[in-house]
Design a protein around this ligand. Structure first.
Ligand SMILES: *Cc1c(COP(=O)(O)O)cnc(C)c1O
Length: 369
């Protein structure tokens, strides 16, 4: 009864690909080509096809992917990039590292996604990019952002780190904007065994720029046409990602089933607000986020019962020390209020109905305590 239920169960996932990974890694170790190689190129083309874009460039991690996408677009000092206040800090970090200025915008309450209506108030002629985040595995309304971006002559850079396989109106995230970044951090829906990331785009020139910048600005060995940096997808990671990509659709289906099950178990529980799926969206439930009042107490009670619930994220960016200059308390009221209510429940493809019932039982008790 008291066996812990983790937020994500990477061991259960590894068990399914262990043989394939061991075989693939043995081949890499034998050739000792640890950077680049056919495995990276193979994964890049598999993932591009999966997303439905012509180009995918593997990079070192998701943060680099966003930075490289911005740099490839020529975005830097003097440019502003608009992004939601409620995201992982990496979205804003990447903007700063590219030399540009992050500008925050609020989110909507029911989905937690970027508030498209609020964009009108912050997009100016200095706006070079809008960075919608497909938060918790659900696509932002990119088609509504498009006319706003066009008017400002700004690019749309998707942060698709949490949304591998998620679709909006039938199209896969990563193919909705001008360029997109994703992360293969181990806990993502498509996770490597270390850091990894990728940039996706339909624009061959942009893809070429990303590849050049992530390889020391070097189009061929010892030729350096500009100052870049080192950000590449490891060969060993590419092997893992190819093996996992073949199972991603099934895993995302299992996540949807688990989300449905939570919905059924929780829909009449007073004091628990369920996540909402926006019209047109087919989410992949990177996280299953409910809202409760007195969240910190509820979280503590769940942890006492060994339920690995989490919070994504406890502070909007402008309420972190690092980015306090981006806004004052009260500037993004929805992000601020919901940050104190959101609670991520354990959800992973292998979660069992029994485990989910235990989570729900503990949650009901915690909310009523
Ligand atoms: C994970 C994540 C990133 C960054 O990815 P890393 O690979 O950890 O650098 C960026 N944005 C969002 C929304 C994420 O969840």
């Amino acid at each position: 009864m008291n066996i812990p239920i983790p937020l994500v169960d990477l061991a259960a996932q590894h068990a399914q690909v262990a043989g394939e990974v061991a075989e693939g890694w043995a081949a890499v170790l034998e050739r000792t080509a640890f950077v680049g190689g056919p495995q990276v190129a193979a994964f890049e083309s598999e993932f591009a096809e999966y997303v439905g874009v012509p180009h995918c460039v593997g990079v070192g991690n998701g943060t680099d992917a966003i930075e490289l996408a911005l740099r490839a677009l020529g975005i830097g000092p003097g440019d502003e990039c608009v992004l939601p206040a409620n995201t992982f800090i990496a979205t804003a970090e990447a903007v700063v590292r590219a030399g540009a200025t992050p500008v925050l915008v609020d989110c909507v309450e029911d989905t937690g996604l970027i508030d498209v209506a609020a964009l009108e108030g912050v997009v100016t002629e200095r706006t070079a990019a809008i960075i919608p985040v497909h938060l918790y595995g659900q696509a932002a309304q990119v088609e509504l952002i498009r006319p706003i971006a066009d008017r400002a002559r700004a690019m749309i850079v998707e942060d698709a780190a949490q949304s591998q396989g998620a679709r909006r109106n039938g199209r896969t995230t990563g193919s909705l904007g001008d360029i997109a970044a994703t992360s293969f951090y181990p806990g993502k829906n498509l996770g490597a065994y270390g850091d990894g990331g990728a940039v996706m785009t339909a624009d061959a020139h942009l893809a070429e720029r990303v590849r050049l910048l992530g390889q020391h600005g070097s189009p061929s060995k010892y030729v350096h046409t500009e100052i870049g940096f080192n950000s590449r997808l490891d060969t060993l990671q590419a092997v893992v990602l190819s093996a996992k990509l073949r199972r991603l659709e099934a895993w995302n289906d299992a996540r949807r089933l688990a989300a449905q099950r939570y919905g059924k178990l929780l829909h009449e529980v007073p004091g628990v607000t369920l996540p909402v799926v926006a019209d047109g969206n087919e989410p992949v439930w990177h996280l299953y986020v409910v809202r409760v009042s007195d969240r910190d107490a509820v979280l503590e009670r769940l942890h006492e019962k060994k339920i690995g619930a989490g919070v994504h994220y406890p502070f909007p960016l402008h309420l972190t020390k690092a980015f306090e200059h981006l806004g004052a308390c009260g500037d993004f009221p929805v992000a601020e209020r919901t940050a104190g209510e959101i609670l991520s429940l354990p959800l992973f493809p292998e979660i069992t109905p029994d485990q989910q019932e235990r989570v729900v039982e503990a949650l009901v008790e915690a909310v009523n305590a």
